[in-house]
Design a protein around this ligand. Structure first.
Ligand SMILES: Cc1ncc(COP(=O)(O)O)c(C=O)c1O
Length: 457
């Protein structure tokens, strides 16, 4: 009764992100009720392992009392303090300092946002200001990767390269350019890592030269492309792309909104790639999804150039909730948990997850497995030689998602038949094994669908 009325209220009033509004009205909402560790429970009492950590964000797992306590304590003491007028709060200052200590290289300056989209949006503003400060405001062209996702703000959605974020929105802007993704499984140059790196390097150079290096401001990249289908570049790819940026005097923005905070193993994926970008954007795992927060990391050079460029004038970029003390208090506690065993467990669980997914290689529908740490995907095909995607009519994003759900597993089922995994770092061995078993069961059932079966045969 209660859940029925919630479904009606939702249908009537709640606008959902990235959804077909009419499709959602027809389906109705599934209301989540509670969660603990890696297990989520819906309103009907159905329990599932959350193989996607909410939206790749609850890295610490659900139900940590110490996080709840940190938030409650801060709310009692000081629920809000602005950062305007040179005011501040202790947790925000401490979190900025702890993050700077752990960030790659000289990414010593932190601007807090409410999430990833406004972190990306902020970098665009900072980068424009940076070049104005240097006296080269004509450097105003931005490059990103096909299949990339950089959020849903007005400008960030144009750096994003997923068609639904553009169609109907008048995006991308003409100053937003794309080069092909490294997408190893379907790269026209084949799967050889060196060939993929060479091809991406050539594409970036060619794009910069066509636009003119004197016009190119920045290159945006996710260390592993998430929403584009968990696309993992070959080792050395990011470093090679960074070298091109340095050669042409182009800033590198590493968008670590998904890859940050233990998702791929270390706190930041850039460290594994041995790259120090000019900016790093983070969110999600920063507070493990318990409260909203994002962070832009800025290098000494960028910060000082902007600061000196502005002189005594205020730099007109700010949010009411930047450096929110409750979010910062949560961020500090989450960081403590990561460093008190969660990162370590994530590395162990990630290795088990990857081995488990690899064990699915013999399944007739599995064309590719890829991942790093607790970020992974399998790509389903109906012909392994030809890499034929599942028929669109099989509607993988709905049918496979629903089936996994019924089997007690939440995964990300992309429209093109890629299944994404980003479980909480707290997963036990048996939870990882259950993710694999339930995936196999879901694949077996899908193989029995007449349309899929006939496409395979
Ligand atoms: C790489 C990347 N950048 C930016 C964003 C946007 O973050 P948010 O949804 O918190 O605005 C996301 C979200 O998934 C992301 O994956």
């Amino acid at each position: 009764m209660l859940s029925n009325s919630l479904i009606e209220l939702d249908r009537a009033h709640l606008v959902h992100p990235v959804a077909s509004y009419r499709g959602h009205e027809k389906l109705g909402v599934r209301v989540m009720k509670s969660a603990k560790g890696a297990t989520v429970t819906d309103m009907t009492g159905h329990q599932m392992i959350d193989g996607f950590a909410g939206l790749w964000c609850v890295n610490a797992g659900y139900g940590h009392e110490s996080i709840v306590e940190a938030a409650a304590k801060q709310m009692r003491e000081l629920p809000y303090a602005t950062g305007y007028f040179s005011l501040g709060s202790e947790p925000a200052i401490r979190l900025a300092s702890e993050l700077a200590d752990r960030a790659p290289g000289d990414l010593n300056h932190i601007y807090f946002t409410l999430g990833g989209s406004d972190a990306v949006d902020s970098t665009v503003r900072f980068i424009r200001y940076y070049y104005h400060s240097l006296g080269t405001p004509q450097k105003d062209q931005f490059i990103s990767l096909e299949q990339g996702y950089h959020g849903s703000s007005t400008v960030g959605a144009g750096l994003t390269a997923l068609p639904i974020f553009h169609a109907g929105f008048g995006l991308p802007f003409d100053w937003q350019h794309k080069i092909p993704s490294h997408y190893a499984y379907r790269n026209p140059v084949g799967t050889d890592p060196q060939a993929i790196i060479a091809s991406s390097v050539a594409a970036l150079k060619a794009k910069i030269e066509v636009i003119g290096a004197e016009r190119v401001a920045a290159f945006y990249v996710e260390p592993i492309q998430g929403s584009g289908g968990v696309l993992v570049p070959p080792d050395g790819w990011l470093k090679a792309m960074h070298a091109v940026c340095k050669e042409y005097d182009v800033l590198l923005v590493a968008d670590e909104v998904i890859t940050g905070f233990g998702r791929t193993g270390p706190l930041f994926a850039c460290s594994d790639d041995d790259v120090v970008p000019d900016f790093m954007t983070t969110a999600k795992g920063l507070t493990s999804g318990y409260v909203p927060m994002g962070a832009v990391f800025m290098s000494d050079n960028v910060y000082n150039t902007i600061a000196d460029g502005a002189g005594a004038a205020a730099i007109g970029h700010g949010y009411t909730y930047s450096a929110h003390p409750v979010s910062a208090a949560v961020g500090l506690e989450v960081l403590r948990l990561y460093e008190n065993g969660l990162l370590e467990n994530g590395v162990k669980a990630g290795a088990r997850l990857m081995a488990g997914l690899q064990s699915l290689a013999d399944h007739p529908l599995v064309g590719d497995m890829r991942g790093r740490g607790m970020l992974a995907a399998i790509e389903l095909v109906t012909d392994k030689q030809k890499k034929t995607p599942l028929p669109a009519a099989a509607d993988p994003s709905r049918r496979i998602f629903d089936r996994a759900w019924d089997n007690g597993l939440v995964i990300r089922a992309f429209g093109n038949g890629v299944l994404g995994y980003a479980p909480p770092l707290c997963c036990t061995d048996s939870e990882i094994d259950a993710i694999i078993e339930r995936t196999r069961m879901t694949l077996d059932q899908t193989l029995e669908d007449p349309d899929v079966r006939s496409a395979v045969a």
